[in-house]
Design a protein around this ligand. Structure first.
Ligand SMILES: Nc1ncnc2c1ncn2[C@@H]1O[C@H](COP(=O)(O)OP(=O)(O)OP(=O)(O)O)[C@@H](O)[C@H]1O
Ligand SMILES: [Mg+2]
Length: 244
């Protein structure tokens, strides 16, 4: 499998050269393969969101490089993306991205419809105001907005935060489906959650430094605090001699 994104010695400081300078990332190096479902874990303030912002091209590393496979497009779904919906209707909101890429209206609409189908938003909702949707539906629409730009890598910052358990399950299933269809997924999380079960590979950040990376199974074993809840319960029971 080929590499789609490589972080090479990435360092980033906020407010560089001022008394408020803050090093958020410090010499971070790892790579993500095409088709991966990659989890980035770390405590609050460890630099996860900063890393995604850099990968999305919203800021440049202070030093080091982020190397994308040729022509690869990267899309970022921010934390609580539903707060950024603004279209008069669901379909118009999702059309915004492709229209901005210069696509004709019909083309942008086709892409928006496809993306909304992919995230399981029924056509009945296309003409509704996005603000009238449920929290889970709004989040799906926000994800469709990125999918409609046909990005190769879909990055999501804390995608399950604030959803109820059912909404979390549904969104996990959706991300798994998008990954099976060939999209590379990178998710950021600061707490153990069901999403970890779907990760193939993972990295852990600690105070801006890369603490660990490898297969998700190995990373969770070495960093049990970030292991998905089910595997933590399993290992606790195994310690008590109960094998499930
Ligand atoms: N705009 C900013 N100006 C100055 N410092 C910032 C800014 N944004 C983030 N930081 C600092 O950079 C560090 C990394 O922040 P970042 O948001 O990347 O962490 P995170 O791992 O995403 O945390 P969380 O899990 O709470 O979302 C933190 O110490 C944070 O205070
Ligand atoms: Mg964050």
């Amino acid at each position: 499998m080929s590499e789609i994104i490589r972080f090479r010695n990435v360092t980033y400081s906020y407010s560089k050269g001022t008394p408020f300078e803050k090093k958020a990332l410090d010499d971070v190096s790892f790579s993500v393969e095409t088709g991966d479902f990659f989890g980035i874990y770390g405590l609050s303030g460890s630099g996860k969101s900063t890393l995604l912002r850099l990968a999305a091209g919203l800021a440049k590393p202070s030093s080091g490089q982020i190397i994308l496979r040729e022509n690869a497009k990267v899309g970022l779904v921010f934390q609580f993306p539903e707060n950024q919906l603004f279209g008069a209707s669901v379909i118009e909101d999702v059309m915004f991205g492709p229209s901005n890429l210069g696509l004709a209206k019909d083309n942008a609409k086709d892409r928006a419809q496809l993306a909304l189908n992919q995230v399981g938003i029924s056509e009945k909702l296309f003409d509704r105001s996005p603000f009238s949707l449920s929290g889970g539906e709004k989040r799906r629409v926000a994800i469709a907005g990125i999918l409609a730009m046909e990005t190769d890598v879909l990055m999501l910052d804390e995608p399950l935060a604030g959803l109820d358990p059912e909404g979390q399950d549904d969104l996990c299933d959706l991300l798994q489906k998008l990954n099976k269809e060939g999209r590379t997924i990178i998710v950021v999380s600061h707490e153990s959650e069901i999403l970890g079960n779907g990760c193939k590979n993972a990295a852990v950040l600690e105070a801006g430094k890369l603490k660990d990376t490898g297969s998700a199974k190995d990373v969770f074993k070495r960093n049990p605090a970030f292991a998905p809840v089910s595997s933590r319960i399993k290992s606790r029971l195994a310690c008590m001699g109960i094998d499930i």
